[in-house]
Every structure is written in C-alpha cells, then in structure tokens.
Write a protein that binds this ligand. Structure first.
Ligand code: AQP
Length: 331
C-alpha cells in the first residue's frame, strides 16, 4: 500500500484530439494546482482511444500533440509522472482481471456507453468494456484520489465497487480510491449546444480547442447559443447557454457564477468578457505547446522516463493482484 506522504493522485486523458476547454477547466487545471501537494500520475490513455476505430496517422499525431498540450498547460514532468498507457503493459494485464471482476449488468448501466453507442456505426466490445480497463488504470497505482470532470463520476464509482469486490473475494489488494470533482468547471457544455457536454468527439463550432487561434475563440463565443429571455441569471435548467458562459467565466476568474450574473444585463458583454478571459488562459498554452512540438524527441524522452517510473509501481501492484487470485506463486 502507498507509503507516500502526499496522497497518490491518478488521472487519465484520451488522445482522441487535442485539449479542449472542458478538459482544461474540469480536470487539467485541478491536477496542476495540486502538483506540489500530491504524488501525481497522469496517463495519456491511448488504449482507450482505440475503442473507436481511428486513422493511425491521426492517432500518432494526437498522442504527441496531447503530451505537448498537457506539459504546456502545466503538467510538469519533473513534478509528476506523465506517461503513455500502452507503454506500460500492466494496464492491459490488470484490465483483463478487472473485466472478469465486473458484471455484464454493471457495464451495461454505464451512461457513457449508452450515449457513445448511439454515435458510432461499429460498437466495439472495447467500448463496452473500457470502464473495467479504466478501473485497472486507477487501481494499479494504489491511488487515493481521482480528479475528474463530472462525466467520469460513474466510472470512478464503478472502480470503487470493483476494488471492494476484489478485496472481499481475494483479500486486501487494492486501495479504494475516491473521486475529486472540481467545484466549478466540472461540466463545461458545448457552446453551440449547451445541453451537451463539450467533448473531443463532438468537434464543432461549440468546442474551444486550446490550439484555437485568438480570432477563432472570439468567433465561437460570439456565436455561443443563449436564449431569447434577455436577462442574465444563473439558472442551469432555464438558461443553460447563459449558465455555461457564467460557469466558464467563473472557472477562469474565481468569482462565483451567481455573483457574475449580477454584473451583466446583456449577453453580448458577457460573451466578450468570457472570450477575453479564456484567451488570457489558453493563448500562452497554445504558444508553449507549439514550441514543445518542435522537439518530438524530447517529448518521447519525457514519456519514456514517465513510463519507466510508472512501471516500477504498476508491476508491484499487478503482482500483488495476480498472487491473490492464484495465477502467480508467492516468491
Ligand atoms: N466538458 C467537460 N467539462 C469538464 N470536464 C470534462 N472532461 C471531459 N470533458 C469535460 C474531463 O476531462 C478529462 C479527460 O477526459 P476525456 O479524455 O474522456 O475527454 P473527452 O473530451 O470527454 O473525450 P472524448 O474522447 O471526446 O470523449 P467523448 O466521446 O465522451 O466526447 C476527464 O477527467 C473528464 O472528466
């Protein structure tokens, strides 16, 4: 079990595109703010990205592009472990064990699976099973805390259930982790369709990419869907578009959304301020990311170092699990 002085934090992100504003506000910003007080492990979960068939060239570019964007956003590889999931085979190995430990019914209840299956022509068995692999990702590191956006709450709860079930069946093996959800920014919605969460796979005029140039961010905010009520109140049900803008501005400035609402009487001014705050946050990240991508060999070196450090921890936890279920002899 972990003997680290700081809590062990693990989180993952799929290389299915670059970073968008939802990833930044809902997850990455929180990881970065805690680096000095935690023992943090960040995994680029490229095996998860395979659940939907993709062009291999795109996959290669996305993996490195995401590593650069994360480092540019403050995921400092000198203060945490940053690595690629596929470089540590223990993930796939424990993944199988977790699949055998999860029931068909549990996996069928995952809302992300139910939503995503509607969006693809080919529903891979990986898409169905991936929450069990995600549980393995987390459990391999004796993780205490999993900081995620609100959309991942159900998956982390499943991970806890699987850990508890395994521990009850085979003896204490895994640390049972808890999720940590950001108080603001945990659910950034699509600007063009504010009842859907902003996501990589719904790439469109409502997604703000950290690689977007300033003019494009301004345009997307200008066109953000609001409503015809013509009043600024913080009401997620009644005014989802306006509430989303207030949430974004709040996550950027630290002022509570309801307080912000009182300072606006026009949607135009709110959109302008939102765009300006987001540009201030993301433009330096875009610039740093471009410069990091100039040296792909250095990015590879950083990821390899991270994978070696991750493997050291993961191999011990995997061996513990394998011993407890009887497929590895005690040494
Ligand atoms: N809109 C969001 N608001 C707040 N947090 C979010 N996260 C994702 N979207 C939002 C959090 O970011 C972390 C990485 O998640 P991911 O790699 O699953 O990102 P994604 O954008 O959801 O990716 P995909 O591949 O595009 O998924 P789908 O198919 O769902 O759209 C997580 O902590 C997540 O909570």
């Amino acid at each position: 079990m972990t003997t680290a002085k700081h809590p062990r934090v693990f989180s993952g992100i799929q290389p299915t595109g670059g970073l968008h504003l939802g990833n930044l506000l809902g997850a990455v910003k929180g990881w970065v703010s805690q680096l000095d007080h935690t023992d943090t492990i960040i995994c680029i979960v490229d095996l998860h990205a395979l659940t939907v068939a993709r062009d291999p060239t795109e996959t290669r570019l996305n993996r490195l592009g995401l590593a650069a964007a994360l480092i540019a956003a403050g995921v400092d590889p000198d203060r945490c472990i940053l690595f690629m999931q596929s470089a540590v085979p223990e993930h796939a190995q424990l993944g199988w064990i977790m699949q055998c430990n999860a029931s068909f019914g549990e996996l069928s209840r995952m809302t992300q699976f139910k939503e995503k299956r509607e969006r693809v022509d080919f529903i891979s068995s990986g898409l169905f099973l991936y929450p069990a692999l995600q549980a393995a990702d987390i459990l391999l590191y004796d993780t205490d805390e999993v900081p995620v956006g609100d959309d991942q709450r159900q998956h982390v709860e499943l991970c806890r259930d699987l850990a508890i079930r395994f521990n009850n069946r085979y003896g204490r093996t895994f640390v049972v982790p808890r999720h940590v959800i950001a108080p603001v920014g945990a659910r950034v919605m699509d600007l063009a369709n504010p009842t859907n969460k902003m996501s990589k796979s719904l790439d469109g005029p409502g997604t703000i990419w950290l690689s977007d140039p300033v003019a494009s961010i301004e345009k997307k905010f200008k066109r953000a869907v609001t409503d015809s009520l013509d009043s600024v109140t913080y009401d997620r049900e009644g005014q989802p578009g306006v509430a989303n803008l207030l949430d974004i501005l709040s996550a950027c400035t630290g002022t509570p959304p309801a307080d912000l609402a009182r300072s606006y009487d026009q949607y135009g001014a709110l959109k302008l301020d939102c765009a300006a705050a987001v540009i201030e946050l993301v433009e330096p990240i875009r610039q740093r990311s471009l410069s990091l991508l100039q040296d792909p060999a250095e990015l590879d070196r950083i990821l390899n170092t991270g994978a070696n450090r991750a493997k050291e921890i993961a191999s011990k936890v995997l061996a513990r699990a394998q011993t407890h279920i009887g497929i590895l002899e005690r040494s």
